[in-house]
Design a binder for this molecule. Structure first.
Ligand SMILES: O=P(O)(O)OC[C@H]1O[C@H](O[C@H]2O[C@H](CO)[C@@H](O)[C@H](O)[C@H]2O)[C@H](O)[C@@H](O)[C@@H]1O
Length: 256
């Protein structure tokens, strides 16, 4: 059950002139699973999100750490949904959107990080690497606890020689060659959709930049446990459906 305060905030934001519903994917729309390629939104989350996409004066967006191609594959979003991938480094706002391009220095740095992560993953069973256009992710969800800790520590140590700031997420260590975050991604989405208010939900440490970028009248919802700058919280990915369905019902009422 959503808290009374969140229900009331959802009712209020549903009345805004131009609404943006921006959702994180993994851990928010989709349960976390061992292999990133197997993640899918819960059907009830996807259905409520798709129904919001069809409404007038309403935009939907997915804002994810995933590469755009991987986000599209896993989320299979409605055609009109705006997409921000790689934590803000990649975006798709329409067919004219240029693809991300790295300069020579960034390309070299990406190759160096990839080499380090591949080498580390090769030493620990269950540790895998996800390569993205502007970053690399060391996944430890399928490794035992000791191997996971060692692999992350080894990779962090090796990365010290490189000019980047890796961060830990949910059983991942991630390094990007571009300094972008979900706060910047949300600002782009706000501008692009001409939103007068936005609802953003996310579960991971990188979503905190998004919560910090929210303004008066926006609604930020943290999914699950952990410190957060979000004003509201829901327990789990299953409750995301309750949140989106409530927003959908109020928005439909307002638009009648
Ligand atoms: O911003 P998000 O959409 O939440 O993306 C964050 C990372 O999500 C993916 O990793 C997470 O989900 C995987 C599948 O459930 C899980 O195996 C992993 O342990 C999680 O950390 C994705 O693979 C990363 O690239 C994203 O940065």
């Amino acid at each position: 059950m959503l808290s009374a305060a969140l229900r009331s905030a959802v009712e209020e934001i549903a009345g805004t002139e131009q609404l943006l519903v921006a959702m994180d994917f993994d851990g928010t729309m989709s349960p976390l699973v061992p292999r990133a390629e197997d993640a899918r939104a819960l059907p009830e989350n996807a259905a409520a999100f798709a129904a919001l996409t069809e409404l007038p004066r309403t935009s939907t967006a997915l804002i994810s750490g995933r590469a755009l191609a991987s986000l599209r594959m896993a989320a299979q979003p409605p055609q009109r949904t705006l997409l921000v991938g790689s934590h803000g480094a990649e975006r798709w706002f329409g067919p004219a959107e240029p693809a991300l391009e790295l300069n020579a220095e960034q390309t070299k740095l990406l190759a160096a990080v990839s080499q380090i992560f591949d080498r580390v993953a090769g030493q620990y069973p269950g540790v895998t690497v996800e390569h993205k256009p502007a970053g690399v992710v060391l996944h430890t969800r399928q490794a035992d606890e000791r191997s996971a800790e060692r692999a992350v520590a080894l990779a962090e140590q090796a990365l010290q020689t490189l000019p980047l700031a890796p961060h830990r997420g949910k059983q991942v260590l991630e390094a990007s060659v571009l300094q972008v975050d979900k706060g910047q991604g949300l600002e782009l989405l706000r501008e692009r959709s001409s939103a007068t208010a936005l609802l953003f939900a996310g579960d991971d440490t990188t979503d905190e930049n998004g919560f910090r970028a929210l303004r008066a009248g926006d609604v930020g919802v943290k999914v699950g446990e952990g410190d957060t700058a979000a004003e509201f919280r829901i327990d789990s990915v299953a409750q995301t459906a309750e949140l989106l369905q409530l927003l959908l019902a109020h928005r439909r009422n307002v638009l009648r």
